[in-house]
Design a protein around this ligand. Structure first.
Ligand SMILES: Nc1ncnc2c1ncn2[C@@H]1O[C@H](COP(=O)(O)OP(=O)(O)O)[C@@H](O)[C@H]1O
Ligand SMILES: [Mg+2]
Length: 401
């Protein structure tokens, strides 16, 4: 296997994930799922592998909806995606063709789909779903909507009411077909940010409380080591033992995206394949990526996105992140807040608690059973310390890599 960081992998190149896919499948037998995970942790490839292994009588429809900008456009894509399954059914085909005759059509792939007026999207979506009853041999119809929160965010900016109605409509549709219809929402932006924005505009519903939340973690250590081994060996990089593959994988938190990157950058070292790979080359490749001003692993994003995520409370969030990054060991939450408070004395305790919880939901922090917090990913922590120059700050406790 060759490194392909950020690229689209063939199903046989997607390493591990058997447990999470089995869990996803077992859950979808019963209910819909909200998948959460940090970006680049491999969500899209979990969906791809799940789709390639799904039972024959499940219609699995995967669509990246991140670039769609309205509920009407979303509805058009739902029709386009149902078309291959439903077009052999006369009732569905006639329904679509009649709408195209009335409203005119837009081609999505080979199919002409109706240009229904924005106000009709909800009725059309509801009607489209009733046509699922025309598929008796299909046990489940599963929509995998990747990057749904980005679409909802774009709709919210233009028309928050429409975003609220779409979320409510999808929930209502799930209730109408409890045996057959399933939805999987995922994306790198947490849906909780959208719901928070909508709540500020008067939204009071709980649009996903019927869905099970499933977090996609990085690969297991054996799977991540296996990926490192396969990539190194696929490129002629040899190690005398497996410890080096384990070191490579665990030094980047078993995140497959970084493992691909490390192998890719090792290959740039002259004559690297002529001698056994050593730990110092691996460590140097990782450190170089973390320190590079070219931002090759896109770590800058962890700071940039705080602007969009926490807007008015960004300063407080950065202070919390700095406090946790400055500690070499997990730190009690009260101590984190106390340090951050020094710069923002007027902020209420409840707001600090809410902010630390949000930073945990956004995968910056993890909390141990003793209630202490630490960065979830050491790569992000190392970058944070480097980028914000915390290593030279007087308040660093202990040493950091
Ligand atoms: N199971 C896996 N096995 C091997 N490489 C993977 C796996 N999952 C992800 N990757 C690598 O990580 C990159 C990002 O994965 P992706 O599924 O796009 O993440 P996400 O959707 O969470 O942002 C992929 O392009 C690939 O290089
Ligand atoms: Mg993705």
């Amino acid at each position: 296997m060759k490194p392909n960081p950020g690229g689209i992998l063939a199903p046989n190149e997607i390493v591990g994930r058997d447990l999470v896919i089995a869990h996803l499948k077992a859950t979808l037998e019963q209910q819909s799922v909200l998948i959460t995970a940090e970006r680049r942790s491999g969500k899209t490839h979990v969906l791809d592998k799940f789709k390639s292994e799904a039972p024959q009588n499940w219609a699995v429809i995967k669509r990246d909806v991140g670039a769609l900008r309205s509920a009407a456009e979303f509805t058009q894509y739902v029709l386009a995606d149902l078309y291959p399954f439903l077009s052999p059914q006369t009732k569905f085909r006639n329904w679509v063709n009649d709408m195209v005759k009335d409203l005119g059509g837009t081609k999505i792939g080979p199919v002409a789909l109706p240009n229904f007026a924005a106000k009709d999207w909800k009725k059309t979506l509801e009607e489209a779903i009733t046509h699922l009853d025309e598929l008796p041999s299909i046990e489940k119809v599963i929509f995998l909507w990747d990057e749904l929160p980005w679409m909802l965010e774009a709709i919210t900016k233009k028309n928050p009411q429409e975003a609220m109605e779409l979320l409510d409509c999808l929930r209502a549709l799930r209730q109408t077909r409890p045996a057959k219809l399933r939805m999987v929402f995922t994306g790198s932006l947490g849906l909780h940010h959208i719901v928070r924005q909508l709540k500020d505009k008067g939204y009071n519903n709980t649009p996903v409380n019927d869905m099970l939340t499933l977090e996609i973690e990085p690969l297991s250590v054996p799977d991540a080591t296996d990926l490192a081994r396969q990539l190194c060996q696929g490129c002629g990089l040899q190690s005398v033992n497996d410890d080096l593959y384990d070191l490579l994988a665990t030094s980047v938190d078993c995140v497959p995206y970084y493992i691909h990157h490390v192998v890719s950058s090792l290959l740039k070292i002259p004559n690297i394949t002529s001698k056994p790979l050593d730990a110092s080359s691996v460590e140097a490749a990782i450190t170089q990526a973390i320190h590079s001003a070219d931002n090759p692993w896109d770590l800058q994003h962890y700071e940039e996105r705080t602007l969009a995520y926490y807007s008015a409370q960004r300063g407080e969030c950065l202070a919390l992140l700095d406090a946790v990054a400055s500690s070499s060991a997990p730190i009690p939450i009260a101590a984190v807040i106390q340090r951050a408070k020094a710069a923002y004395p007027a902020v209420a305790q409840q707001d600090w608690i809410e902010l630390t919880r949000l930073l945990e939901r956004d995968h910056y922090f993890k909390r141990n059973p003793a209630g202490e917090v630490a960065f979830k990913f050491t790569v992000v922590k190392r970058w944070w310390i480097w980028h914000r120059d915390l290593a030279t700050a007087a308040n660093v406790i202990g040493s950091n890599k």
